[in-house]
Design a protein around this ligand. Structure first.
Ligand code: ATP
Ligand code: MG
Length: 338
């Protein structure tokens, strides 16, 4: 369905020298820096898969989405979509894909969404019956039926995003790229959008590539995740595989007095007797990772070792593991999990 092979993307940026001298200098010989936004990405996505693309700011997610969707060309390597080079798509293939960018509107700002949708209907050649049925269904799923006739610019951020999503799905695309569709949205809108995406991917076999900084978006809508780190794939696999590595773990947050003197070395040694690890330390708080089975033996020990003011146990170190992957790569992250 879509494929990247050794995809590289290099951006050339020019550094500006400030001031009048700079203007002259910039005119004559500008200094440039090449940034490899993508540095050899390999990825293969089959029909009906939903892939969550995550990574820190600047990791290359948006660049990869744009290359796969055929908006910008790769500097080298190969990107293919629907059996064709992504940057050489014909109308026939373009009709089968959709792109939603959280940061950018695809609808007409001055028109009410309903008018934009009618234009899209003509552009994509959607039949009257399909159009009416889809619009009614999507607007109801996203709870914006009473907002269709209001100028887009007058809608709230969440309502606008929902309209963008309706617009993207009206022609019933087979491949959908969503780049941070929930950015800046409130909890309820995020949940509504997730439910919409999950509902659609169940009904038909739509292929999704979704990027988000909200791990819950990914956990609820995608089975597979790809972690990009500095332009390369740091992890690619099932979300359950990744969660299983961490579901047996607990994160114990221990609050102590900010001035408490803690001998870190002996604490670490003591923790290792219980198979536990010191995962973080800040003024007044320590985070300890331990297996669920050994939690009961560790907690009383913590009380005797430290002057505990408060203690809480969380079960979600998936976010922590992913942060580690960003920082150190999957192997190291797993090692650190021991
Ligand atoms: N048009 C451009 N010109 C120059 N550099 C660019 C351009 N677009 C992206 N970059 C650089 O490429 C790198 C990757 O950018 P990209 O937008 O793909 O990151 P991202 O993973 O989407 O980040 P974010 O989570 O912040 O959206 C960054 O270092 C960025 O500065
Ligand atoms: Mg981005």
């Amino acid at each position: 369905m879509l494929e990247a092979r050794g995809v590289r993307k290099v951006f050339r940026t020019f550094e500006r020298v400030p001031g009048l001298r700079g203007i002259l200098k910039n005119f004559v010989a500008r200094e440039h820096v090449d940034i490899a936004a993508l540095d050899g990405v390999d990825l293969r996505v089959e029909r009906g898969e939903s892939v969550g693309l995550i990574g820190a700011n600047g990791a290359g997610k948006t660049t990869l989405v744009k290359i796969l969707a055929g908006i910008v060309p790769a500097s080298s390597g190969e990107a293919r979509l629907l059996g064709r080079d992504s940057f050489d798509l014909r109308d026939a293939e373009k009709r089968r894909l959709a792109l939603v960018m959280g940061q950018k509107s695809q609808l007409w700002w001055d028109l009410p969404p309903i008018d934009s949708f009618r234009l899209l209907k003509e552009i994509y050649g959607v039949s009257d019956a399909d159009f009416a049925e889809r619009l009614a269904r999507f607007a109801s799923m996203l709870d914006v039926e009473d907002r269709l006739k209001i100028q887009l610019r007058q809608l709230s951020l969440g309502q606008r995003m929902k309209m963008e999503i309706i617009g993207a799905f009206l022609h019933s695309p087979e491949v959908v790229f969503l780049d941070e569709p929930t950015i800046g949205l409130d909890l309820i809108s995020r949940e509504t959008i997730r439910r919409f995406l999950v509902g659609l991917s169940r009904q038909r076999s739509v292929t999704f590539v979704l990027t988000s900084h909200d791990l819950e978006d990914i956990e609820e809508t995608c089975r597979r995740i790809v972690v990009l780190d500095q332009g390369a794939v740091a992890f690619d696999g099932g979300l359950t595989d990744l969660s299983q590595r961490v579901t047996g773990k607990r994160a114990v947050e221990v609050h102590v007095h900010p001035n408490a003197r803690i001998d870190e070395e002996s604490l670490v040694a003591e923790l290792s007797l219980h198979g536990a690890e010191l995962a973080g330390r800040s003024a007044g708080a320590l985070t300890v990772i331990v297996s669920a089975e050994r939690l009961a033996e560790l907690v009383p020990r913590l009380f005797s070792l430290l002057e505990v003011k408060d203690l809480s146990v969380e079960r979600q170190p998936l976010e922590r593991l992913i942060r580690e992957i960003y920082r150190r790569g999957i192997k190291a992250a797993e090692g650190g999990e021991r």
